[in-house]
Design a binder for this molecule. Structure first.
Ligand SMILES: Nc1nc(=O)c2c([nH]1)NC[C@@H]1CN(c3ccc(C(=O)N[C@@H](CCC(=O)O)C(=O)O)cc3)C=[N+]21
Length: 287
């Protein structure tokens, strides 16, 4: 029997507990706020940003949004970020990716102060994670850790195959897993014998952006499979894993939709609260 890990349910629980803490902070006049910055009108990005803003409002936080045209210049986007960086009502800033091709994402991300970096994507946050220092962690990786914890899956000593080494998921998640005591093998879409890496694993995490890359030939019977991929197809949303073919092989699997995606949003809400808590003491870096 393969059981489906209900990310939507776990995410709901996390968001409700944040809402309680926000209500408490609000009684002493401190309402956390998230600023989302969206450049251009990519339809998928618009859907994600709308979902993030809704989650923020539902948690009782303030929703600041800046919409810029597709043709916005590097300087225009930088000016908007600087303005939000200086606004004391803004606890966290999220620059939605991908940006239009004429913009340099890294330079813009790095204008976000580390204490407001709710996406955990600045050079400073990445460095803090690499060094094991306090800081805000990227949302999808911390969401995956929360999912595994909620399922009661032991990480210390576990054998994990991380498929994908991207900046958003694979790389930071590898570090979080190592820090929790897992043995992590990192592979990707060009790994010559992917099954040789993934078959011994107790937990297989896939985040490559390659639709259907992982199937039954890659998974040990009873293993946990976490699918961080998301693809919009004519027949709906699907991931990097051929989930249907894993039925009866995997012990547990995250569905797409309803698995990792909702956890990403829940952790953004968590990070916004954390940023607000530490932002209360300016300059401080969140845990
Ligand atoms: N600066 C930045 N930070 C991000 O965290 C970021 C980003 N840019 N760019 C795009 C990716 C993608 N991403 C998702 C968030 C939620 C779902 C999600 O909630 N998915 C639902 C389905 C929702 C739907 O698409 O209909 C689910 O899987 O159940 C998916 C994908 C965050 N991203």
């Amino acid at each position: 029997m393969t059981s489906r890990i209900d990310g939507s349910k776990i995410a709901r629980r996390i968001r409700a507990s944040v809402a309680d803490r926000v209500a408490e902070a609000a009684r002493s006049g401190r309402v956390p706020g998230l600023a989302t910055v969206l450049v251009g009108d990519d339809p998928a990005s618009a859907v994600y940003v709308a979902a993030k803003r809704r989650a923020v409002r539902e948690a009782g936080m303030r929703d600041f949004h800046r919409q810029l045209p597709e043709r916005a210049t590097q300087l225009e986007v930088a000016t908007v970020i600087d303005d939000l960086a200086h606004n004391p009502d803004v606890s966290g800033i999220l620059l939605q990716l991908p940006l239009p091709a004429h913009l340099t994402a890294a330079a813009l991300i790095d204008r976000i102060p580390v204490a407001k970096d709710v996406d955990g994507l600045t050079t400073a946050s990445a460095g803090r994670l690499a060094r094991g220092e306090r800081g805000l962690r990227p949302c999808t990786p911390s969401g995956v850790i929360e999912l595994l914890d909620a399922e009661g899956i032991e990480l210390r000593g576990a054998c994990v195959a991380m498929v994908g080494w991207g900046e958003l998921v694979g790389r930071p998640l590898t570090q979080l897993l190592l820090r929790r005591g897992a043995t992590v093998s990192v592979a990707h879409e060009f790994t010559a014998d992917l099954a040789a890496v993934t078959r011994p694993a107790d937990i297989v995490v896939v985040a490559t952006g390659v639709r259907g890359l992982v199937g039954p030939e890659h998974v040990k019977p009873g293993a946990t499979v976490i699918d961080a991929g998301i693809h919009r197809t004519s027949s709906g949303l699907t991931g990097d894993v051929r989930a249907a073919e894993l039925d009866g092989i995997a012990g547990r699997i995250t569905p797409v939709p309803g698995g990792v995606g909702p956890m990403t949003i829940a952790m953004l809400v968590v990070n916004t609260l954390r940023a607000a808590e530490w932002g209360a003491e300016r300059q401080a870096v969140p845990a």
